[in-house]
Write a protein that binds this ligand. Structure first.
Ligand code: FES
Length: 102
């Protein structure tokens, strides 16, 4: 069973920025790519790296540790060493708040 969790205000994730939040045990990354908000797992699938300290580009989010890039639509790594996709989550905006379906 999934539920919609309020993550933060829309203005906290500006264009080109990354944001992390934790709900219970779930660690989620929010990314604003050209005005669209994406939600994925926060921790890299390769090792224990926090992707919110990585870099956002047109290709996706780049892990700060070994530089795999993950597509924000499907979570798939675009280059080694990561081989496993990140989980991706539905996002909705309501009254300037970001909600993620977890
Ligand atoms: S920890 Fe992210 S690529 Fe290695």
């Amino acid at each position: 069973m999934s539920e919609w969790i309020k993550a933060c205000k829309l203005e906290q994730v500006k264009d080109g920025q990354l944001f992390s939040f934790i709900h219970d045990e779930k660690k989620i990354l929010l990314a604003n790519m050209k005005g669209k908000i994406h939600a994925t797992d926060l921790i890299c699938t390769h090792a224990d790296a926090d992707l919110s300290t990585g870099f956002l580009s047109d290709e996706g989010v780049r892990c700060p540790l070994h530089l795999s890039v993950f597509n924000l639509e499907d979570g798939c790594p675009q280059n080694l060493p990561a081989e496993t996709a990140l989980g991706v989550y539905n996002v909705k905006i309501d009254d300037n708040e970001i909600y993620v379906e977890i």
